[in-house]
Design a protein around this ligand. Structure first.
Ligand SMILES: CC(C)(COP(=O)(O)OP(=O)(O)OC[C@H]1O[C@@H](n2cnc3c(N)ncnc32)[C@H](O)[C@@H]1OP(=O)(O)O)[C@@H](O)C(=O)NCCC(=O)NCCS
Length: 228
C-alpha cells in the first residue's frame, strides 16, 4: 500500500492548483463538492464525471456532468480527480481510468477531520468532517473515511475500502481492500475484515471475516443474501 504523510496531501495545505473533476455525480459526489468548498477549493471544480448512460447536457450543482473522464481531460488538460463514489468496485474502476489518462487522484482531508502523527494516506483518499485517525494508521489508495468515522490507533484500511459515517474501527483492526463498512458499524480491536467484505449498518464485528462475506447484526453474522 503506497502512502504519504498527511502533511503532503494537497487539499490539506489548501494550496492546490489546477482543474478538479469529481468522479461521481450522486450524493457522495455532492458531499465531496461541499468538502472541497470547505477546503477553499470549490472554484477549481470544473465538473463531475459519471457513467456512459449520462444524458448529454446533464448538470449537477450548475456544473457539467461528463460521461467518463476522457472529455474533461481533452478539454482542460491534466485533471485532478476526487473520488466521490461510494462503491469500492466503481471507485477502483474510475481510478484505473484516471491512471490510464494520466490524471492524478487528489486526496482531500476535511479541515474538521483529525489526522494524527504517523498516519499515511494513499492517493485519492477522501476524509470527511469529524473523522478521526488518531495516530499510526495506514490508509490505502482511493479509501473513503466518511464523516464521524473513527479509525483507532494502528488500524489499517486497504485500497478502495469504504468506511461509512460514524463507523468505528478498533485499535489494530484491519479492513482489506474493496471492503465496505456500513454506517455506524463497529469492528472490534485486532479484528481483520477480508477483501470485498460488506459489513451492514450498525453491525458489531467481533471476529475475523473471510473475503467476500456480507454480514450484519450484533454480533455480526453472515447474511444469506448476495452482496450489494
Ligand atoms: C447489510 C446490507 C448490505 C444488506 O443488504 P441486502 O443484501 O440488500 O439485504 P436486504 O436488504 O435484502 O436484507 C436481508 C435481510 O437482512 C436484514 N438486514 C439488512 N441490513 C441489515 C443490517 N444492517 N442489520 C441487521 N439486519 C439487516 C434485513 O432486515 C433482511 O432480513 P429478513 O430477511 O429477515 O427480512 C445492507 O442492508 C446494509 O446495511 N448496507 C449498508 C448501508 C450503509 O451503511 N451505507 C452507507 C451510506 S453513506
Amino acid at each position: 500500500m503506497s502512502g504519504q504523510e498527511v502533511d503532503e496531501v494537497p487539499g490539506d495545505r489548501h494550496d492546490h492548483d489546477g482543474p478538479i473533476v469529481i468522479a461521481g455525480a450522486g450524493g457522495m459526489g455532492r458531499e465531496a463538492h461541499a468538502w472541497l468548498g470547505d477546503l477553499g477549493l470549490a472554484s477549481h471544480v470544473v465538473g463531475f464525471a459519471a457513467g456512459p448512460d449520462t444524458p448529454p447536457g446533464t448538470t449537477q450543482l450548475d456544473l457539467p456532468v461528463y460521461r467518463g473522464l476522457a472529455a474533461p481531460h481533452a478539454r482542460f488538460g491534466p485533471l485532478h480527480i476526487v473520488l466521490g463514489i461510494g462503491l469500492p468496485a466503481v471507485r477502483r474502476r474510475v481510478a484505473e481510468e484516471a491512471e490510464a489518462l494520466g490524471c492524478r487522484l487528489l486526496s482531500i482531508v476535511h479541515p474538521r477531520a483529525h489526522v494524527g502523527p504517523g498516519v499515511t494516506l494513499g492517493e485519492g483518499v477522501v476524509v470527511g468532517p469529524d473523522a478521526i485517525m488518531p495516530r499510526d494508521n495506514r490508509i490505502g489508495t482511493g479509501v473513503i473515511v466518511n464523516y464521524h468515522a473513527t479509525v483507532s490507533h494502528d488500524a489499517e484500511i486497504g485500497d478502495f475500502a469504504f468506511i461509512g459515517p460514524s463507523a468505528v474501527l478498533g485499535g489494530h483492526a484491519t479492513v482489506a481492500e474493496d471492503a465496505y463498512v456500513g454506517m455506524n458499524a463497529s469492528v472490534l480491536p485486532m479484528v481483520a475484515i477480508g477483501r470485498g467484505v460488506t459489513v451492514g449498518a450498525g453491525a458489531v464485528v467481533t471476529r475475523d471475516l473471510d473475503d467476500g462475506l456480507t454480514v450484519a447484526g450484533v454480533p455480526a453474522r453472515e447474511l444469506h443474501t448476495p452482496p450489494q
